[in-house]
Design a protein around this ligand. Structure first.
Ligand code: ADP
Length: 193
């Protein structure tokens, strides 16, 4: 089973992906985490990525697609993947379809976590203050920019999936375990062939 956790920054995609990963033996792939690992390695690429990510803009499709294409071939992805933070553009979505098709696979479920933006801002501020280690892109100004980028470039990806995959919208402002239960119920529905 392959699924996409879709939703604006701070909607709880990563938190929910962890639950599903454990329960279903899938592999969570967060492109944000993969990019941060590259940044931490202080390579030339990492330095370029850092300035893009700190600005709230998207990293280029080529880099992201190559990252994912290499990663999903590893053995820990063979049982299925939870894509978290990817695809973020239509080009990424189309590339993902192609690479999965090559392996005889597809996206079986798309979970959309919906939130209201004012509440989101509050949630991100709380996350930053509680974690102690504040991510450079976790400030309110960058969040605003990332929301703009989400609405302009990522939200338009959704219609691509509606047609061909189980797509379920869930209110991400509900308690975490309620959201988890609703995701479980969505995943129990068989995807159309
Ligand atoms: P959040 O979890 O808050 O939505 P992420 O950790 O997913 O944020 O991503 C952090 C940053 O990494 C993004 O703002 C963007 O610059 C970059 N990034 C992550 N995933 C992608 C992607 N699929 N395409 C382009 N850029 C990405």
């Amino acid at each position: 089973m392959n699924l996409i956790m879709f939703g604006p920054p701070g909607a709880g995609k990563g938190t929910q992906a962890k639950f599903i990963e454990n329960k279903h033996g899938l592999k969570q792939l967060s492109t944000g985490d993969m990019l941060r690992a590259e940044v931490a390695a202080v390579t030339d690429l990492g330095l370029r990525l850092k300035s893009i990510m700190d600005s709230g803009a998207l990293v280029s499709d080529d880099i992201i697609i190559e990252l994912i294409e290499n990663r999903i071939q590893k053995s820990d992805c063979q049982n299925g993947v939870i894509f978290d933070g990817f695809p973020r553009t239509l080009a990424q979505a189309e590339a993902l379809d192609k690479m999965l098709a090559k392996q005889g696979k597809k996206i079986d479920h798309v979970i959309v976590l919906e939130v209201d933006e004012a509440a989101l801002l509050k949630r991100i501020e709380t996350r930053a203050s509680e974690s102690g280690e504040t991510r450079a892109d976790d400030n309110a100004e960058t969040l605003k920019k990332r929301l703009e980028v989400y609405n302009a470039q990522t939200a338009p990806v959704l219609p691509h999936y509606k047609e061909q995959n189980n797509l379920r919208r869930i209110d991400g402002m509900q308690p975490i375990d309620t959201v988890t239960r609703q995701i479980e119920s969505a995943l129990s529905k068989q995807a159309a062939a």
